[in-house]
Design a protein around this ligand. Structure first.
Ligand SMILES: Cc1ncc(COP(=O)(O)O)c(C=O)c1O
Length: 428
């Protein structure tokens, strides 16, 4: 225990806020991970946690999966990175092209942030226009174009973009138009009014934990096609999770470009942009020296260790019945949480698809970002804290389900959810 306290204090000295990003554990509940195995994490004091954070999404098979680790070990002995084309990365590119309806070709990056950044850049090169439309509340990583109106506390009138970070030039905000997710009429009008300036429309087809309204994605496809504007689906969460072919397969709408990350790299740093050859050709170095060319380089792009981890993960996911099982597990947990909310008489919504969802403390149905603003953030913080106190780790605003979670794990988690909701009711 004192070793762990010591590590937490050391982290606070050398990492701003003592953390790796923006999420932090409540005071007194901070912990330092020693290992992950299956659906469980163990901290350096030996405490165990059921894990619904899953590394922020990649660990859909669970931690240290017996199909992934030996594949990685075999590759380690052959070298860890080359900065050259290698067999595993070719095979991963082929598998993504087989699985993803829109992908004729792919390019690799190390992070999802870079993938959406390059998707937008290549769309601008193709369309020869600058502005993009993105949706309020949609998250596409942390580059300057992406961090616009993802979490505005007091949103402006559409389509004005609000930077979510200090340090983003105002000039970039002027290049981004914000649309209301799930409001097709307003989005169509926005695109119609600006079509001649638009390089791309980018969307999370399933935005955070908000499913698309019936007809929304089809309508978006129709209007972008009418004006020949590339439609980009950010599938970094949904790819190989909602279905093997991602949201494109699950919702039946095919964009021009899509971005992938998380699951395709099996817990290593790798992400990808995929799309039609007509757009992807702008990455081809034979165009070097022409105004068409988009150089896309990164030291670790196409890393073979990440590629073999991704290939091993995808091979597991292709086994018959996998997605039925993932959805069944998620449905049990999601519906059980819904029942617990009703039992405790709380004004709350459990929103989302079975593989990834969450609870929001509001009586308003969650159809868009502005509806999420009606949710009581303090109550969610209490819920998350009370789950953690009882050994259940979840994201600040997400519950990811894995194939490693057993029925017994789900039963135990539902007990914890129920107790955490009881604590929300009494503490707030
Ligand atoms: C939908 C979506 N896009 C992009 C990203 C950014 O990916 P990365 O964290 O690998 O940069 C994330 C990360 O969570 C995401 O959820």
């Amino acid at each position: 225990m004192s070793d762990e306290r010591d590590l937490v204090e050391r982290a606070a000295r050398v990492l701003p806020g003592g953390v790796l990003g923006t999420d932090r554990s409540p005071r007194g509940l901070e912990f330092v991970v020693r290992e992950g195995k299956g659906a469980w994490l163990t901290d350096v004091s030996g405490r165990r946690y059921l894990d619904y954070l899953l590394g922020g999404g990649p660990m859909v098979l669970g931690h240290a999966h017996p199909a992934v680790i030996p594949a990685v070990e075999r590759q380690l002995a052959r070298g860890t990175t080359y900065f050259l084309v290698n067999q595993p990365i070719i095979e991963l590119a082929e598998e993504i092209c087989r699985a993803v309806p829109c992908a004729e070709q792919v390019r690799f990056t190390s992070t999802g942030t870079e993938a959406t950044f390059f998707a937008l850049r290549v769309a601008r090169a193709f369309r020869k226009r600058d502005k993009i439309v993105k949706f309020e509340g949609g998250y596409h990583g942390s580059h300057d174009y992406a961090l616009m109106s993802t979490t505005p506390r007091s949103p402006k009138a559409f389509p004005a973009a609000m930077p979510d970070s200090a340090g983003i030039p105002q000039a970039i905000a002027d290049e981004v138009l914000i649309g209301p997710y799930n409001d097709l009429a307003t989005t169509e009008a926005l695109i119609a009014a600006h079509h001649n300036e638009l390089a791309a429309v980018i969307a999370e087809p399933y935005q955070r934990v908000i499913p698309p309204a019936p007809g929304f994605l089809h309508g978006l496809r129709t209007v972008t096609r009418r004006y020949e504007i590339p439609l980009v689906f950010d599938e970094i969460v949904t790819g190989f999770r909602l279905a093997y072919g991602g949201a494109q397969e699950y919702y039946g709408v095919v964009p021009d470009l899509a971005t992938y990350g998380k699951i395709i790299a099996g817990g290593f740093p790798l992400a990808a942009v995929g799309g039609s050859a007509a757009i992807m050709r702008h990455f081809d170095p034979s165009l070097e020296g022409t105004p068409e060319f988009v150089p896309q380089v990164g030291t670790l792009n196409g890393n073979p260790v990440a590629a073999v981890a991704g290939l091993a993960t995808l091979a597991e996911l292709r086994k018959p019945g996998t997605y039925e099982r993932l959805h069944r597990t998620g449905t049990r947990l999601r519906n059980g949480l819904r029942e617990a909310v009703l039992r405790r008489g709380l004004a709350a919504q459990v929103t989302g698809e079975p593989p990834v969802f969450d609870v929001m403390f509001t009586d308003r149905p969650i159809v868009d970002y502005r509806a999420t603003l009606t949710a009581d953030r303090a109550q969610l913080a209490i819920f998350n804290e009370e789950c953690l106190r009882r050994g259940v780790v979840k994201g600040a605003q997400k519950i990811y389900v894995s194939l490693a979670h057993t029925d017994t794990d789900i039963d135990r988690t539902l007990e914890v959810f129920d107790q955490a909701l009881a604590a929300v009711a009494t503490r707030s």
